[in-house]
Write a protein that binds this ligand. Structure first.
Ligand code: SAM
Length: 379
């Protein structure tokens, strides 16, 4: 069987090649805090549709280690723990995040030796362990909403020789008792940044989180805290994450085409969803509340599903043989029409990329902007 340090070196090489790892200190820390100590013996990994492949350590130790040291996330909880791990399911609620995104976020966080760090979403504890090795146990507080997960993380961290402060609480409130923090590292998806995180961060301190607005994919985001208790920053890369519990999306229920107002569009729905990440940010900013799902409906056809919590929905179908495309919409809003207008507005701005957009957090809420904070995007 391949020795663990070899698995770790190979993983670090892959993360370097993929551009996730550039600071050699994280390579050392991958050795100091071995990932297999944070993986369950039954490892659910992604197959065709979500985490549907089970790798059992007791059945094949080698396959399990190879899985653990590949760049894949491992689902560690279903239905907030109501479904046993061995049973699996569609509603996954905690995971051991994939090494690539973990290291990418740690590099974005860029903690210094003396920094006090707050992590939101302990999970099985791997990131908390890496942080504890980086800045010292006494400087790390990690908050997890689920008591059983936090207890397991405590055991895993002990096995790795780490002892950061673990707190069971709603991380949306931060953890004021451990602050002020130099760095806040959020490891669950966020639609709206809770102001508590800004309040608990020192001026000049950083907050990193996956901004997951609901339309298309999520975005790595880094904010810095500045005058007047504001946090300002830009988007940095892709990030798909389980949501902060209070900001989860409604379970998706497909709409029925015949129930909606039927029209056609000349704008190819696939253009809207695959043009650029900058386009995704613009649409999320201009069409608040929007969530989307893309579905393969066979024979080269795709269907874009759009939703709003007020009950509005729209379907837009791409069919290869057509010059225009079928649209169905219903509810208080006309979501496809809004998305179409938002897309064309983004084109009229010169199709700016994701790095041209940013976000500002104040006590009054969050504002998205284009190019600079004094150019807010209004829906
Ligand atoms: C992707 S997992 C975290 C991965 C983990 N940091 C790691 O190193 O692998 C997201 C975690 O956030 C937790 N979570 C969700 N909402 C939360 C909240 N409001 N407060 C604290 N933790 C939360 C979930 O229970 C889950 O364990």
């Amino acid at each position: 069987m391949k020795p663990i340090p070899d698995h770790i070196e190979e993983l670090a090489d892959r993360l370097t090649a993929s551009g996730h790892l550039s600071d050699p200190r994280w390579r050392e820390l991958l050795h100091a805090v071995p990932r297999h100590l944070f993986a369950p013996p039954l490892a659910w990994v992604d197959g065709e549709s979500g985490p549907d492949q089970l790798v059992d350590q007791s059945a094949d130790e080698n396959a399990w280690l190879t899985t653990v040291y590949s760049d894949t996330s491992i689902t560690t909880q279903f239905d907030d723990g109501a479904t046993p791990l061995e049973k699996g399911g569609e509603n996954y609620t905690s995971s051991l995040s994939a090494p690539g995104i973990v290291i990418a976020f740690l590099e974005l966080l860029d903690p210094m030796d003396h920094h006090r760090v707050l992590e939101i979403g302990t999970g099985t504890g791997w990131t908390a362990g890496l942080l504890a090795q980086r800045v010292g146990d006494h400087n790390v507080t990690s908050v997890e909403i689920d008591a059983a997960l936090s207890a397991d993380a405590g055991e895993n961290l002990k096995a790795a020789g780490c002892s950061p402060r673990l707190v069971v609480a709603d991380g949306a409130d931060g953890w004021a008792a451990g602050g002020p923090y130099d760095r806040v590292h959020v490891t669950c998806g966020v639609r709206e940044v809770p102001y508590a995180w800004v309040e608990q961060t020192r001026p000049g301190g950083r907050i990193v989180f996956p901004w997951v607005p609901g339309f298309a994919f999520g975005h790595q985001t880094r904010l810095a805290v500045t005058f007047g208790g504001r946090a300002i920053g830009r988007f940095a890369g892709n990030a798909g994450y389980m949501m902060l519990r209070s900001q989860r999306f409604e379970r998706y229920a497909p709409a029925v085409e015949e129930d909606g107002e039927q029209t056609t569009t000349r704008l190819d729905p696939r253009t809207v969803t695959s043009d650029s990440y900058g386009c995704d940010v613009a649409i999320a900013a201009l069409v608040p509340g929007l969530t989307s799902v893309e579905e393969d409906i066979g024979q080269g056809r795709t269907r874009l599903h759009l939703r709003d919590p007020d009950g509005s929905w729209a379907l837009a179908d791409h069919e290869p043989s057509r010059d225009d495309f079928a649209v169905a919409q219903a509810g208080p809003r006309r979501l496809w029409s809004e998305v179409e207008a938002a897309y064309l507005r983004w084109v009229s701005w010169g199709s700016p990329g994701r790095d041209q957009f940013g976000i500002t957090i104040t006590p009054d809420g969050q504002t998205l902007w284009l190019h600079s904070p004094d150019n807010p995007i209004r829906p």
